[in-house]
Design a binder for this molecule. Structure first.
Ligand SMILES: [Mg+2]
Length: 122
């Protein structure tokens, strides 16, 4: 997406249904559950990392599930800069001020559940 600011971009990215296959919370939160990577997840994360982007994972999973979630992510090979938990499962908004020049400083991409992020170009 076009934006004049050439500094590394920051990506807030959902986990369940976006990076890994979405399953009901009671299954995803069981101790032995292993995340199933969606097509292109690791390649896209590597691409973003190579570009210096900040990868911030966001999830409605409760903060109390942090240890479990971090282990699941590590086992799946998903790496990131920050993990923000407990943001709820409702609709999400990112609010940011535009530069005086008028360039948009925030964008939103909604993808089909379990389709993967391989076609997302940022
Ligand atoms: Mg999700």
């Amino acid at each position: 997406m076009s934006c004049m600011d050439n500094r590394p971009k920051t990506i807030f990215c959902d986990i369940d249904g976006t990076l890994v296959k979405h399953v009901p919370p009671n299954i995803a939160q069981s101790p032995d559950f292993e995340m199933e990577l969606l097509d292109g997840t690791i390649d896209k994360l590597l691409e973003w990392d190579k570009l210096g982007y900040n990868i911030i994972l966001t999830t409605g999973r409760k903060e109390g599930l942090r240890d479990l979630t971090e282990k699941q992510l590590q086992k799946a090979g998903i790496f990131y800069d920050q993990l923000i938990m407990g943001i709820g499962g409702g609709v999400r908004y990112l609010i940011n001020d535009n530069k005086p020049e008028g360039d948009n400083t925030a964008f939103c991409i909604c993808i089909e559940r379990n389709k993967g992020i391989q076609d997302v170009n940022i």
